[in-house]
Design a protein around this ligand. Structure first.
Ligand code: AMP
Length: 398
């Protein structure tokens, strides 16, 4: 199976290229872009097409608008930022496949860029509607998917639209290929020891990824809320900490499997407990054996940071997905920040997946030290689960 790159296509000057990007950037309360990493990551593909002097039609979603146009979810700020980054005029359509988009697409000259409005303003997008997909496809001679972050969704602009382009006219953009190749290499032939650091809220959200990763890694390090289901499975009282009782057997099974496979499995040895889920809560440090009744564990403790740091030190590959605690609250963010620093200090390949973890690494000031930070949270998790992504499946050919 092969996935074409934009470079494999014979695109000529003046030909029309539709590029599905992921410009779903976080916005602050004043409507400003809070983090433009996703826009910057799309630039290599756009610049490549600019050099060819193709006519470029960009499309993306933004947030989850309910019905039709909603200023709050407009791509206008993205158009502005693209203009600043590229120093090129960006024509923004006021609709997706309506008269304005069609007129502007028609008037586009060689080497010019049109940005369509948020594709989710059309209800056909999330329904993978073939008619809507056809209207999008009508804009172009070639289709490029550079939106890794939505490739796990069968939506019209990443899935149904590919029906209208043959293998010589559709491909992945540079960002998409970078993401896919990285995860592929990571899971097929990682430099060893290979450690996975998995955190976040619940076991259920990452169960399949844990099961899929277990036979591939040398060490598995568990933090965050999900650790408490494992600790309970070992027979400890965890107070009011987050526990999924229905997954206790599954947690036991994962630990048994780890033992059988010779995977070193690590859980926190101490935790920061609070009397309530709030920034103003009273806190204590305690070992996992002594969590007081009625208290909840919201972060890993200092002994665990030491232990995990020791465990990860000799790793040649580290995959990190999920925070070690409720990092959004300052009081419970230390464990996650310290583990970020520990991972950043190691010398091997360090891969960060998941929106929360990417955000965390950036806030910890460690993003420059990481080898690769995936732009797609859900999509990267599905790759780790061993699933095939619908948006990628339709681009591959024999
Ligand atoms: P996920 O989306 O599964 O990666 O989970 C990320 C969320 O897990 C973050 O919002 C954290 O606040 C939350 N989280 C991490 N540790 C804990 C914990 N000990 N208890 C409750 N929530 C947690």
């Amino acid at each position: 199976m092969r996935l074409n790159s934009v470079k494999d296509l014979e695109i000529k000057k003046g030909e029309r290229v539709f590029v599905r990007c992921d410009f779903n950037v976080p916005m602050d309360e004043f409507g400003n872009i809070a983090d433009d990493r996703r826009i910057k990551e799309a630039l290599p593909t756009i610049k490549y097409l600019l050099d060819i002097e193709a006519k470029i039609i960009l499309a993306s979603h933004m947030g989850r608008p309910k019905e039709g146009f909603d200023e709050k979810y407009s791509l206008a700020p993205v158009a502005k930022r693209l203009h600043h980054l590229l120093h090129e005029e960006i024509f923004l359509a006021t609709d997706v496949v309506g008269t304005d988009a069609k007129t502007k697409a028609h008037n586009l000259k060689d080497g010019e860029i049109l940005l369509l409005e948020n594709v989710r303003f059309e209800e056909g997008e999330t329904k993978d509607d073939i008619e809507f997909a056809k209207s999008l496809a009508d804009f172009a001679d070639f289709y490029i998917n550079d939106a890794f972050g939505v490739s796990h969704r069968a939506h019209a602009s990443v899935h149904a639209i590919t029906n209208f382009f043959d293998d010589d006219h559709k491909a992945g953009g540079f960002l998409l290929l970078k993401e896919i190749n990285f995860f592929h290499k990571l899971l097929q032939s990682p430099a060893r020891p290979f450690s996975a650091v998995v955190g976040g809220s619940k076991v259920s959200g990452k169960l399949q990824a844990l099961i899929n990763l277990l036979p591939k890694v040398d060490k598995m390090v568990i933090g965050g809320g999900m650790a408490f289901t494992f600790l309970k499975a070992l027979g400890y009282e965890v107070g009011k900490s987050l526990v999924e009782d229905d997954l206790i057997d599954e947690a036991k099974h994962i630990m048994d499997e780890a033992k059988r496979l010779g995977v070193k499995f690590y859980l926190p040895v101490d935790v920061v407990v609070a009397d309530k889920f709030d920034e103003s809560a009273m806190v204590q440090y305690t070992t996992y054996q002594e969590i007081p009744e009625g208290w909840m564990g919201l972060d890993i403790g200092p002994a665990t940071v030491r232990l995990f740091g020791e465990v990860l030190w000799d790793s040649q590959t580290i995959l990190w997905n999920g925070p070690m605690g409720v990092y959004e609250m300052d009081k419970f963010s230390r464990g996650s920040f310290k583990i970020s620093h520990e991972i950043a200090r190691t010398h091997g390949i360090k891969v960060v997946g998941g929106g929360d973890t990417a955000d965390l690494v950036q806030r910890a000031g460690d993003d420059e030290e990481m080898t690769f930070i995936s732009t797609g949270g859900g999509a990267s998790l599905e790759l780790l689960e061993g699933k095939k992504l619908p948006g990628i499946e339709v681009l591959t050919h024999k």
